[in-house]
Ligand binder design. Structure first.
Ligand code: PBG
Ligand code: ZN
Length: 398
């Protein structure tokens, strides 16, 4: 035995007494000892909706991801529910001429694609006990400048401008389309606020809080089961909680039963590139570094977590997920709140791109990546792979 090896001049040695390989020796052992699992209820599938009929528009930079009109979205969701899908996250996409300085389309039930989609889902008879609808709560997809709130008039731009961004910040015309009744003119012009501490990053934090409150109530009235603020404004969870609790719901209770899933720990990341294609909400100038977190700072997550906990977040999210597994793991240790992680567009498209070239196996790498996010400590995973994962679960591959 092993003469071949010995012919190379090597010798069999005395092995160790403890051998981890004993319990890897067959599939029964491997399965029995695998504690990291994934079930359909833990997946949240992000979807893009735009107004129209019979519309399915592929997103160039995201294979197998489309923008749907409400009618087609209902069909797609129904199909995926047959595969086990239980939760979706909705993002709205609107034409450029629907956008304005504050993104007023976001709270306008007549014009919001997200509200139209939620109404279509509910009208089709799908109830909240069958499908949980998370509504993304932000403004970048709806503002004409592409930022996550109203701009300040100060020009105190905190992010970096990759050129061509001087115009726009200072001279932003805060025009609002009909139906919007926020008072964006207050941005930076209110007495005593013009040099206030809430202007950094070009987005006026506290004016945006009022806008978020308004959008939150509109989304919940429109049928959202969960609101998910993603704009990284300071105090956003508290402002939204207060607005929901005090909004009249018909029997005077307010929407105190509606959970908030906060994008609590969200880094300014290059990994959102393809999403900005899908949501058509790239910033027209500058970047989001004045409000999203700096990934070079290791401990800031603890501050964001503590704030969102104290403001009443029901679920906290870390985003991106795959490149921030260390953060997920630390947050898991630090909180008892349910934890979500968002495997974002760039992380998704990278795997697809490599698989298209035959460099990676799509199924194996998608499953491994998703389970790594679970192993790090996420209860819920937002992923564009959800339809694929559900299919693989059905096949018993996961
Ligand atoms: C917008 C928003 C973004 C994502 C979710 N909500 C983009 C951004 O912050 O620029 C990214 C999702 C993804 O990349 O899949 N507030
Ligand atoms: Zn945004």
């Amino acid at each position: 035995m092993n003469e071949q090896a010995n012919n190379w001049g090597t010798e069999r040695m005395d092995g160790p007494s403890y051998r981890p390989r004993r319990l890897r020796s067959n599939a029964i052992w491997r399965d029995a000892l695998a504690d990291v699992t994934l079930k359909p209820a833990q997946l949240i599938y992000p979807m893009f909706v735009r107004l129209g009929k019979d519309l399915r528009r592929p997103v160039a930079s995201m294979p197998e991801v489309d923008q749907w009109s409400p009618d087609r979205l209902v069909e797609r969701v129904t199909e995926l529910m047959g595969q086990g899908l239980q939760q979706i996250m909705l993002f709205g996409v609107v034409d450029q001429d629907e956008k304005d300085a504050v993104g007023s389309v976001a709270w306008d039930a007549e014009r919001s694609p997200v509200i139209a989609a939620m109404q279509a889902i509910r009208q089709s008879g799908i109830g909240p006990d069958q499908l949980v609808i998370h509504a993304d709560l932000c403004f970048c997809e709806y503002t004409d400048h592409g930022h996550c709130g109203a701009l300040t008039n100060e020009g105190s731009w905190g992010g970096s401008c990759g050129g061509g961004c001087g115009e726009g910040v200072k001279s932003e015309k805060l025009k609002v389309k009909s139906g919007g009744s926020a008072k964006p003119q207050a941005a930076g012009t209110r007495a005593g606020q013009s040099r206030g501490g809430n202007m950094w990053g070009g987005v006026d934090n506290d004016v945006t809080l009022g806008m978020l409150a308004k959008q939150a109530v509109a989304l919940v009235r429109g049928g959202a089961d969960v609101v998910a603020p993603s704009g990284m404004m300071d105090g956003m969870v508290g402002a939204i909680r207060e607005a929901l609790d005090s909004a009249p719901d018909g029997n005077g209770n307010g929407f105190s039963q509606v959970p908030i899933m906060s994008y609590a720990i969200k880094y300014a990341s290059s990994m959102y590139g393809p999403f900005r294609d899908a949501g058509e909400g790239a910033p027209g100038h500058g970047d989001r570094k004045g409000y999203q977190m700096d990934y070079r700072r290791s401990d800031e997550w603890a501050i964001e977590l503590a704030l969102d906990e104290s403001e009443g977040a029901d679920i906290v999210m870390v985003k991106p997920a795959g490149t921030y597994l260390d953060v997920i793991s630390q947050v898991r240790q630090a909180t008892a709140l349910p934890l979500a992680a968002y495997h974002v567009s760039g992380e998704y498209s990278m795997i697809h791109a490599a698989a298209e070239r035959g460099w990676l196996d799509l199924q194996a790498s998608a499953i491994e990546t998703t389970l790594a996010i679970r192993r790090a400590g996420a209860d819920l995973v937002l992923t564009y792979f959800a339809p694929r994962l559900l299919g693989w679960m059905k096949e018993g591959a996961l």
